[in-house]
Design a protein around this ligand. Structure first.
Ligand code: CAO
Length: 577
């Protein structure tokens, strides 16, 4: 064993960069070239790799420290290093040096371009090339920030590229309108590759700017030199493109903008964290960073993922319905499935297209998530509601003048509360590795509205009688149909009932309304012959379908729940017990 110091390698003109992330801890084993820390200037972030394999003995930097070339990062315990490294300072390995030099060369060349010769015309066409990006070869385009037709300003970022060690935004070399994009997501690009063709409104000022670029950056100018004299119009016609480029500042690394996140508000994260987030499909813009200056760490991405998996967080995509199975844009690729079939229906006959309603988009996204994430099982059963139906009809007759009509659903709500009391697992929610048992009984009920499915919530059903439940249910259902439900009237349910009894059908598989763990589906009761031990007698049977989350509930409990519920519905006096 020998001790070896690892220093910040040549990071070019980057003076006094800030340590924004510590990727290792004392006692951890690291491999040569494994990233140790992430540093950041106002233009770029980069990971500083280890120069050797070994065990971290002493970390010499902390978050927020300023470091520069030669700063001591950490001390490594290196097996057999004595023979190979007599001095205690190890030169950066080629990869480290390359990473650093890449940033250096890019940052050190304020202008890296060629430009068209000054044209007399008021518009010209210029091609924006990838400028000198140092030792970066075959870097991947991870973000395309503009599209054809967009007006771009000089130095506005057009694309983001990423190597395994750093990312950078590549800006436009001129102001103008994008005529053509030459790159797409996933492309590998190198110095001199064409990024875009720009239509530039006025060539004269551009030329002056570009001339400066040429004198300041001979190496990059050379890339474009053969084409410098081409006239813009000929460029388009002959394909002999004139080039223009600008300084290549390394901007804050970022992921593809999510949702409506404006440019400039992109999330801060190191390239490796962004790669990690992309692999998991995590929208970084929605992750709260706990690092320095709100920087997103790998732990933040993991915490976000856990929260989404537990149903505590919804992504914007889910809410907006982009992930909705109902949406034709849903992409099975995201789930590792083959893509959704794209069919030109008009080939087979006349079609009409209509936008999906906002409610359908939202409910569709929720249903999709719940269906995919919850291991559903559905138990079916029948309850004998002959006596209850007679009581319901009699109650309605007695209360005719009150204007409140009692339907089977009101009794079902009351009966479910009794069953939930007896089987508290069904009135619970999963929260990470804990179960939250609710001491309240707020029952959601699915309501069919002209705009789609809504679930009003009847609060404190345990404290209300069937008549009050009927009245409130009627009011909530009307509000749902009129589109007047407030958010408070649609939240807080601990269990949900979906009744199709007024319509028909036999059994179905209701989808659990996360984060609840069970839902009862009810269909239309029918009179059936039931064997009473000595004869078949006509009984009114109510079909029940109970879906439950197998992570929380098991089949035996579900069967008991249904049996108990059926007993209550068979003899409602049991509610009092
Ligand atoms: N068996 C037999 N008849 C039933 C019944 C049942 N299980 N449930 C209701 N009925 C009868 C009612 O008694 C009423 O009869 P009358 O017209 O003779 O009085 C009739 O069916 C209509 O009832 P209703 O639907 O107006 O009232 P409700 O309290 O049963 O339901 C509501 C209210 C809002 C839940 C319902 O109107 C509704 O929207 N249901 C659809 C729910 C849904 O879409 N679920 C699917 C979700 S998954 O996509």
């Amino acid at each position: 064993m020998a001790l070896m110091e690892v220093h910040v390698p040549d990071i070019g003109d980057f003076d006094e960069v800030t340590v924004i992330e510590l990727l290792v801890k004392p006692g951890e084993t690291v491999n040569a070239e494994q990233s140790l820390i992430t540093v950041e200037s106002d233009k770029a972030s980069m990971e500083i790799p280890s120069s050797a394999s070994g065990t971290v003995k002493d970390l010499k930097v902390k978050l927020g420290d300023k470091v520069k070339q030669g700063s001591l990062v950490l001390v490594l315990d290196v097996e057999g290093a004595g023979a190979q490294a007599p001095t205690d300072t190890v030169s950066p390995p080629p990869a480290a040096a390359n990473t650093a030099r890449s940033a250096t060369s890019v940052a050190a060349q304020p202008n890296a371009a060629a430009a068209p010769a000054a044209p007399a015309s008021s518009t010209s066409v210029v091609q924006v090339l990838v400028p000198d990006i140092g030792d970066f070869k075959d870097v991947t385009v991870i973000e395309v920030m503009v599209k054809p037709g967009d007006s771009v300003k000089l130095e506005q970022s057009l694309i983001t590229v990423e190597s395994d060690k750093a990312s950078m935004e590549i800006p436009s070399s001129a102001a103008g309108v994008i005529k053509e994009l030459k790159v797409k997501l996933g492309d590998k690009i190198n110095i001199g590759d064409s990024m875009a063709v720009l239509e530039v409104a006025s060539a004269a000022p551009k030329t002056a700017a570009a001339s400066n670029a040429i004198s300041a950056a001979p190496a990059a100018s050379a890339v474009a030199a053969p084409e410098e004299s081409a006239a813009p119009e000929q460029v388009v016609n002959n394909g002999a493109h004139v080039t223009a480029a600008t300084p290549l500042p390394l901007h804050d690394p970022s992921v593809a903008p999510q949702g409506n996140l404006p440019q400039g508000n992109l999330p801060h994260a190191s390239p490796s964290v962004r790669k990690f987030a992309r692999e998991l499909g995590v929208p970084l813009a929605e992750v709260k960073g706990s690092g320095l200056k709100g920087r997103i760490t790998e732990t933040d991405v993991q915490a976000f993922t856990r929260s989404v998996m537990a149903g505590a967080t919804q992504t914007v995509a889910a809410v907006q319905g982009r992930a909705s199975s109902a949406g034709a844009n849903a992409d099975g690729v995201a789930l590792g499935l083959i893509p959704w079939p794209k069919v030109d229906f008009s080939k087979f006959g006349a079609v009409e297209r209509k936008d999906i309603s906002r409610i359908k988009k939202i409910s569709g996204a929720n249903l999709h998530r719940n269906w995919v994430m919850i291991p559903h099982v559905t138990n079916h059963d029948d309850a004998d509601v002959t006596d209850l139906e007679a009581f319901r009809v009699a109650t309605n007759r007695e209360n005719e003048k009150s204007g409140v009509k009692v339907t089977m659903l009101a009794f079902l709500i009351k009966a479910c509360v009794a069953a939930l009391r007896k089987f508290p697992d069904f009135n619970a929610s999963l929260d990470g590795e804990q179960l939250v048992f609710k001491q309240y009984y707020h029952i959601g009920f699915a309501a069919d509205t002209p705009n789609g499915l809504m679930v009003p919530v009847l609060k404190d059903a345990d404290r209300k009688g069937v008549l009050q439940i009927s009245q409130e249910m009627g009011e909530l259902a009307k509000k749902a149909r009129d589109g007047k439900l407030g958010p408070g009237e649609m939240s807080g349910a601990s269990f949900t009932i979906s009744s199709l009894g007024g319509i028909g059908g036999r059994y179905f598989t209701p989808i659990i309304n996360a984060p609840e763990v069970a839902i009862l589906g009810v269909c239309r009761s029918t009179t059936e012959p039931v064997w009473n031990g000595s004869a078949f007698v006509p009984r009114l049977m109510l079909p029940l379908s109970l879906s439950w989350d197998h992570r929380v509930i098991d089949g035996a409990s579900a069967a008991r729940f249904n049996v108990y519920l059926s007993q209550i519905l068979g003899d409602f006096r049991r509610v009092l017990l």
